[in-house]
Design a protein around this ligand. Structure first.
Ligand code: URA
Length: 439
């Protein structure tokens, strides 16, 4: 077996065997197969695709290329949740405590912000003292004792994917369903939960711009999960406009606390109830997703979910008093001192609100990284006072921007205004949750 023969086989559209995939990926990860040959194979896959069997075999090789969590020591059903990424997406901060309060074991590894999308780990660091780097022992013990732990994904999970993803990024081979699905699922499967709820986003602020692509990606990932013996379902949800009203780390944590207080915006509350309901059902605590949803709603109503959030933050070394006093969030960020308002230039309705533009502006005013080592300003971000379908009058505040640099905020205000589209007619409401697949 050699790398060239494997490239030629895929270039001519043939199906690779499990052995060939293993030989190539392990060889590349070990540095025995060079970047130029791996690039050629990726491009051949990009154009000729992979069968479901090949996609699964690729996932398996990447999953076992590094640390694989064995959560069997933890009692109960472990359910994970993964979002393909979006703007204002603080769903994990809501569903993890809700599900844990209802008896689901949540042992979750999360990432930091990537490009214009935020990450759960950065958001959690808004709680002063919060430790995202748990040892395996601490992680396991915390899930056993409190039902919930969230830690930063270590570089030792699926290192083959890490190396391949970096290569895909610079060789124009990211946007292939098999490659994306295997990349995401190799990490999720290595994280070890028994069941997985995927939130596949579609729209301007998402990786998948169309609903059709989001459905294809969801189906690929469900197939991989099922082949691996994990119950896997996927919610297809809208990311045309940001989720909720808050974009930026501490601002989003505050909004997640509002959701757990029963006072959050309707869209994020709705998505959080649907996803936590699915998690509760997958953990066999409810007999249907609908019953799971009612159990989740009750956990919010009774205050159990909010108490679980406090318990979780405290267990991980964070200041849990921030939950009752969110003004203490943000770990010393200074953006709160500088606020700029964006006002409506028209009377009418908000017709569109471009999630990608809002995510990018938020990144530029300090809530995300422009370079790998940038330090995030946890208090920076945007509050969207008006969203799609809402009535506005000339001079009404559309959005408030929080940042440190007045010059940057000036420019950002113009960009935020450019993210809004207006109409004189009331626009039709678009569904937030488009479908749930894999039930
Ligand atoms: N996220 C991943 O982890 N991998 C991809 O290929 C795309 C998005």
């Amino acid at each position: 077996m050699n790398a060239l023969d494997i490239i030629l086989k895929k270039r001519s559209g043939e199906e690779l065997s499990a052995d060939e995939i293993r030989y190539f990926i392990n060889g590349y990860t070990a540095g025995e197969i060079p970047d130029y040959q791996a690039s050629a194979l990726l491009m051949a896959v990009y154009f000729n695709g992979m069968t479901k069997r090949e996609t699964f075999d690729l996932t398996e090789v990447m999953r076992t290329s590094g640390d694989v969590m064995d959560l069997s020591r933890i009692s109960g059903v472990k359910v994970d949740k993964h979002s393909t990424g979006g703007v204002g997406d603080k769903v994990s901060l809501c569903v993890a405590p809700v599900a844990a309060a209802c008896g689901v074991k949540v042992a979750k590894m999360s990432g930091r912000g990537l490009g214009h999308t935020g990450g759960t780990i950065d958001k959690l660091e808004s709680f002063p003292g919060f430790n995202v780097s748990l040892s395996e022992e601490q992680f396991f013990n915390q899930v056993e004792d409190h039902g919930i732990a969230i830690m930063a994904q270590t570089g030792d999970v699926a290192p083959a994917d890490k190396k391949l993803y970096a290569l895909r990024d610079v060789t124009g081979t990211v946007e292939n369903m098999s490659l994306i699905a295997s990349s995401i699922m190799s990490k999720k499967l290595a994280a070890g939960s028994d069941a997985i709820v995927l939130d596949v986003k579609c729209g301007s602020g998402a990786f998948m711009k169309t609903e059709e692509d989001a459905r294809s990606l969801a189906s690929e990932m469900i197939e991989i999960g099922k082949r691996a013996g994990r119950k896997t379902v996927a919610v297809i949800s809208d990311m045309e406009q940001p989720l909720g009203r808050a974009v930026g780390n501490a601002l989003e944590v505050k909004e997640a606390i509002d959701v757990l207080n029963g006072k959050g915006p309707a869209d994020i509350t709705e998505l959080s109830l649907t996803i936590s309901g699915l998690m509760i059902w997958l953990a066999d605590i409810a007999s249907s997703p609908e019953e799971g949803r009612s159990i989740a709603a009750e956990a919010i109503l009774s205050g159990a979910a909010l108490d679980k959030l406090k318990e979780f933050v405290k267990a991980q070394g964070g200041d849990e008093t921030c939950v009752d006093d969110p003004e203490k969030l943000d770990n010393g960020g200074s953006a709160k001192e500088l606020c700029m308002e964006v006002k409506s230039p028209v009377n009418g309705y908000v017709m569109s609100l471009d999630a990608l533009k809002i995510g990018t502006v938020s990144q530029h005013i300090g809530a995300g990284r422009l370079k790998k080592d940038d330090v995030i300003d946890l208090s920076a971000g945007i509050i969207l006072e008006k969203k799609c379908g809402e009535r506005v009058e000339n001079g009404d505040v559309l959005a408030r921007l929080y940042g440190r640099d007045r010059g940057r905020l000036d420019e950002a205000s113009r960009e935020v205004l450019g993210a809004y589209g207006f109409s004189s007619e009331e626009p039709e409401e678009k569904a937030l949750i488009k479908d749930v697949l894999g039930l």
